[in-house]
Design a protein around this ligand. Sequence first.
Ligand SMILES: [Zn+2]
Ligand SMILES: [Zn+2]
Ligand SMILES: [Zn+2]
Length: 345
Amino acid sequence: MRRIWTVELRPQAGRPTLVCPSCTAHTSPLAASSARSAALAHLACHARADALPVYLRSCQCRAQGCAWHPRHRGCHGPVRLALTRDRGGRTWRLADACTACAGATSHTAVVPDTLLGSALPQSSAGPPKPARAGFRPGPDEQVRVREMLTYLSAALPRFTSPAARLLSLQCALRTDTRGHVRLQAGLLRGMRLRGHRDLWQELAHAGWLEPPDARSAPVQLRLLDAGVLDQAPGRRARRRAAHWALYPAPLALPAAPPALRLTALALAAHASPGIGHSTDLDTLARLCGHSPQQTGELLDRLVTTGTLTTWHHNRETDEAAWQLPRPPRTNRPATRLQRHQTEWF
Ligand SMILES: [Zn+2]
Ligand SMILES: [Zn+2]
Ligand SMILES: [Zn+2]
């Protein structure tokens, strides 16, 4: 069963046109600003329409002789939908791919099922994780933030700044179904991003949103990314996730520079219970819009500031293993927040 869909964005008389071979040469002119999100939304429609139980889905990369990526050790991991854009952002491909192939393909991100809306059967989320001793799935907020960071790593241009990424995460999690977002001045102040008009310009230039009126308070804007409008979890659950992303304990660094904050957030979104953790270095780099080398430098800085006790790059598996300091033991009864922390980290 072939599960590969592509669309092309063709510049035509100054106005990009969406061309989809699956829709019998379906073309439609687009507003220039929304071309990228229209491509994602159209591909998601196909995936929704052709939903298939997980046991019938196979790695489409392998079916193509694994020509989409450099050689690796072979397919493994659950099959998910992987979104790939070509270098210029003109062609977009959505396909079933195993974790190994998706991870080895450049300009590729795994699309969370929550972003395809509720029409996708639950079974397509892949087999449940093997039960390890003491393993408990992370809180919903952590999963939601991880999925949204993953999505944004594909939807935003590669060189989007860390501050703009932090801002886009808040917008994507707080949007209503029409793309309208209201951000209170206090929230932006807390993020140390209030009055940074350049960030709105950056995201507007990427075609991701309509910039807000600089004088309005609260800040009101509209997202142009159709991919975030039809999210399965309700708005209240997403708002909780947005709040968690502001203070992702115990990796909350509200006063640190945005690049460091985003790295800490990406780590928090991948943390498992306990002290020792590991994450694919390439994944971390992609979520933060950095090179793996820059990510390594930022991890070094997190060790210097005492946020991590240590980290290590395993060149064999390309994993970054990192450790959090042990939570301080006190005789005072734990606050709700502390209980929450020790429960999950
Ligand atoms: Zn189509
Ligand atoms: Zn492959
Ligand atoms: Zn594969």
